[in-house]
Each structure stands twice: as C-alpha cells, then as structure tokens.
Design a protein around this ligand. Structure first.
Ligand SMILES: [Zn+2]
Length: 525
C-alpha cells in the first residue's frame, strides 16, 4: 500500500470527497456520520456478498440510532472483519452499502446507487471479502499456507564441472488471479466495484492479493500486471486511427452476464455505476447496456453455450432464461433482457473486423428510465432502423417441442434457416434466444459483415469447386432475427428473437440482392 501511494501516479485518489454516509471507526463506539457535500476524508469501501443472512441494515427509522453510535459486536462477521482491517490500516472511515444506504427506501437507494461510481473510485482502498459467500461468514479465516508458499527443492549434482555446492529449484503454485473462483467473482454487483476501485485488497481463500491500477501482488511476493476489469479498459476509447473501440466494454459485459444476480430487475442497476463513469469519460450515450456510437455491433449478441460457462456459474434451469415480454426488464434488443450468459459476435477471434453494412441505418433510439438513476432500470424502449428485411423459411429440421437442455443448446448453435429470397448459394446459421420463438414467422435484419476466413481458405484450395475470386473475397453477413410483436397493431413493430450469420457471400452479390428489396422502417421494442 505504501509502495502504491508513493510510486504509482495513476493510482492516486484525485477526489477525496466523502460519500453521503460513512462509518467512523476511530473510536471504540462506531458511528454513522452524514457528511456535507464539501466534506473530505480517507475511507475504505467494502465489496462483499450479502448472502442469506441480513441484519443490522440501516433504515430511515433507525438512522438516528446509528448516528448516535453502535458496538462492533452488533455487526455480522464480515462487517466486524472490515472494521478491524480499516482500523489497523489507520483509515478513519468505512463505507458499507447495507449500513450507509437506507434499506427499503427506494428514493435513497436510487440516489445513492447513482453515486456508486464515486464511492468506489474515490475510496482510498476497497476491501474485497472475496472468500465469504455471505456476511455471516467473515473473511478473516484460517488459510492453508501450503497452497501458496513456495517450495525449495535442493539436490546435489554428480557432474564434475559443477562444484560441491547444492543447487536447487524453487517451485511456487501458479498464482493467477483466476486460479480459484471466489464467491465474490460470481456476484454481478461486485464487478463494477472491482472495475471502479483504484486499489483493492482481496481476502482470497488461500492468500491476500493486492490489485491497484498499476500493479498486482500476491501474498507470497510475486507480482503481476493488472490488465482487465479496470475502468480504464472498459471505457469506449479513441484509437490512433480515429475509430472508437468498445471491445473493453463488450468483454466486461460478457463477464458480467456469467455472474449471479438475486433480482433480475437489478440487471442494469448493478452495472449503472460503471455505465455512469464510462458515459462521463467517453461522452457517448448509454442505452440499456449498449452505446449509441456502436449500436449496430452492440446488437449482435447471442446466448453463450453452456460449455463456455465458468465453473462457479450456478446451473440455470432452462425456463429461467426465457425472456418474458410481460415482465421485460429491458427492450428485447438489449442483452440485459436475456437472463443468462451472452456472447458478442465482435468478440469472436474471427469476427473482430466486423464492419457495418451501408444498407442498414439506425434512425432513432429511445428508452424510458422510470427511476432517478439515468443508468439504472429501463421501463421500455424502442429502436427504429431503416433496413431491408430478409424472410427466412422456418422449416429448420429439428423438433421444436424438444426443450431438453441438450436439444436446446444444439439447436441454438447449429440450426440452419432457409433463405429463398436471396437466391444465392449460402447457408444461414441462427442462434435463437428461445426455441419457442422459432415457430413464428421470422425475419433477418442484416447489420454487419466480416471476412469469412474459412471461405477464403477453401477458395484457395479450390476443393469445393469455387471459381477463383475477383479479389473481393468471401464474407460473412451478421444480423439479428426478428418476429412481429403480437399486439395486432403496428405491422412494422418487431421483437428480437435471435441472431444469424449468412456465409459465404460475395458482398457485392449480397448488396445487389438486398438493394432490390424494399427498404423498411423497422421498429424493434
Ligand atoms: Zn498502485
């Protein structure tokens, strides 16, 4: 911590203003302090898994008691541990969400929730109770030193040119931040806390771990470079060639959607602090988990198949990932509407060169935010896109009544749609969000294209009889699958039900076909 404070210019806290409420830990009796907007000070913030046991929550009715003072023994184990760590590091204040935000008070929660970016990014230190699945557990536990301490193996050599001295090898367990998945790694709320904190002290199962913006250290002494999941990597940023990269954001969202969340309606709020920070820094407009500056790429997400899930991901019954339009927590085109892990096409190693199609333009996008946090819950929203709509034949050759896990994963990944309208020799691969949605009439809205590496390879080998190219090369066209919103009204109102890719295509052939098709004003809700 001292090394970081003295030597790391990027880690220094530029804004020392205190959160609205903090716990004063300087005396034996702890006190909740309400700060003024001008108050400054040094504080630690706690990142923790709440777990099942909830006690000592601050509410509007007990606020006065909390301010007059309370005993450390009144707190759950994780909070007692956090007070102890804060005190022993000489930090005067501690911020814990369940004590410093009024619980059960929607207005206070929304106001304080929208300030969460500042709470974590201005904290002198974030204490990560990584090894505790719930607040009753505590994180200062006995550890197993044999799991982290290096082993010195010495042996003598029989070779003559090596003198009598002993030589040895020094073996240390492979200490990667991802070696052990801690309970904290699986919780959705904790991702933004991690990204926003300039300095984090992790209390892992086997060791202490330090991560600041510039460096990371394990307790056994080995350092590592902190590369991902820091806010600087997540913000949309201008590249040297004048384009803006959103890859860091998409990478973070993929990680986020593998994490567990207790209430589906928290899906966007639990990311809102990070979104607020990124919007402020990038000047881009944040729309239900996506960015206005990159919508045509951002709309291309699909369900991540189960095999890619991380080991800790709790198994989700198939029914739970179903999108229900009645209880939608985001528009159907937002990844936040889908209650399981997603994958962005632009994150495919073969599709990083995703370019937008000139035939498709975003005309308007709008969302309705019901609460006080502009980056939080979304009540509804629409997207109006000017594009040709491709009709897909729904005879896809698999049993849509079979909704077993295996059948569904297979269908999501491999079913092939027929596309008579385009009349070119192509295959359409589709990934449906839910197999029931496959039964309705479906349309393809093309968004982007990328180089078809495999298609060009075959062409060179010439073993599928394709004529040598004209230099244009084979491409893959990517888009989303829509079906009409079933409300009997607007025929051009659709919902997203999946995504597709058409390949291999010559872009000039494809564009010639779609240019002949009528351009539609498509509203997607
Ligand atoms: Zn540092």
């Amino acid at each position: 911590m001292q090394k970081c404070e003295r030597k790391h210019s990027r880690c220094s806290i530029s804004n020392e203003s205190l959160p609205t409420r903090v716990i004063d830990v300087t005396s034996l009796t702890l006190r909740l302090v309400e700060s003024k907007p001008t108050s400054t000070g040094t504080y630690a913030a706690l990142s923790h898994c709440w777990g099942m046991c909830r006690s000592f929550l601050t509410t509007r009715s007990n606020l006065a008691d909390r301010k007059s003072g309370f005993n450390i023994d009144d707190l759950l184990a994780t909070f007692r541990n956090a007070v102890l760590v804060t005190k022993s590091l000489g930090i005067p204040y501690l911020w814990i969400d369940s004590i410093c935000i009024l619980q059960g008070d929607k207005e206070d929660w929304e106001i304080e929730g929208s300030k969460m970016a500042d709470v974590y990014s201005n904290a002198y230190l974030t204490i990560a109770a990584a090894n505790a699945a719930g607040d009753a557990e505590g994180f200062l536990k006995a550890r197993k030193p044999e799991k982290i301490l290096p082993v010195d193996i010495r042996f003598a050599s029989s070779e003559k040119n090596i003198d009598e001295r002993e030589i040895g090898i020094y073996i240390q367990p492979r200490c990667q931040p991802t070696t052990v998945y801690e309970p904290l790694d699986g919780r959705a709320w904790c991702l933004q806390e991690r990204c926003l904190s300039p300095r984090i002290l992790f209390f892992d199962t086997n060791a202490l771990r330090w991560e600041c913006i510039e460096k990371g250290w394990f307790e056994a002494g080995r350092g590592f470079k902190r590369q991902r999941l820091i806010v600087q990597e997540v913000i949309p940023r201008l590249l040297y060639n004048g384009t803006i990269s959103y890859i860091g954001w998409y990478n973070m969202v993929e990680n986020y959607t593998t994490r567990a969340i207790s209430y589906p309606s928290d899906k966007l709020p639990a990311l809102s602090a990070l979104a607020a920070y990124a919007a402020r820094e990038s000047n881009d407009k944040y729309i239900a988990g996506l960015w206005k500056g990159d919508l045509r790429r951002g709309l291309l997400w699909c369900r991540q198949v189960r095999r890619n899930f991380r080991a800790h991901e709790p198994s989700k019954p198939f029914e739970d990932v179903r999108k229900s339009l009645d209880t939608a927590i985001a528009p159907s085109w937002s990844w936040a509407s889908f209650q399981s892990a997603i994958h962005f096409t632009v994150m495919d190693p073969s599709s990083t060169d995703l370019e937008v199609l000139s035939c498709t333009n975003v005309i308007d996008v709008s969302i309705i935010v019901p609460g006080k946090n502009p980056y939080g819950e979304v009540a509804s929203g629409y997207l109006i896109i000017s594009a040709p709509l491709i009709s897909f034949a729904t005879d896809i050759g698999w049993d849509t009544t079979d909704v077993s896990e295996i059948a569904v994963n297979r269908a999501w990944e491999h079913n092939v749609l027929l596309c008579p309208e385009l009349e070119i020799d192509i295959s359409v691969e589709s990934s449906f969000d839910h197999p029931a949605e496959i039964r309705c009439e479906v349309f393809g809205l093309p968004l982007t294209f990328s180089v078809d590496t495999a298609g060009n390879f075959y062409e060179e080998g010439d073993h599928i009889g394709r004529i040598k190219g004209d230099g244009e090369g084979w491409k893959i066209v990517h888009g989303i699958i829509l079906c009409r919103k079933d409300d009997g009204g607007d025929r051009d109102c659709y919902v997203r039900v999946g995504c597709f890719r058409i390949h291999p295509v010559r872009l000039s052939d494809f564009m010639a076909r779609v240019t002949e098709m009528p351009r539609r004003m498509v509203k997607i809700v």
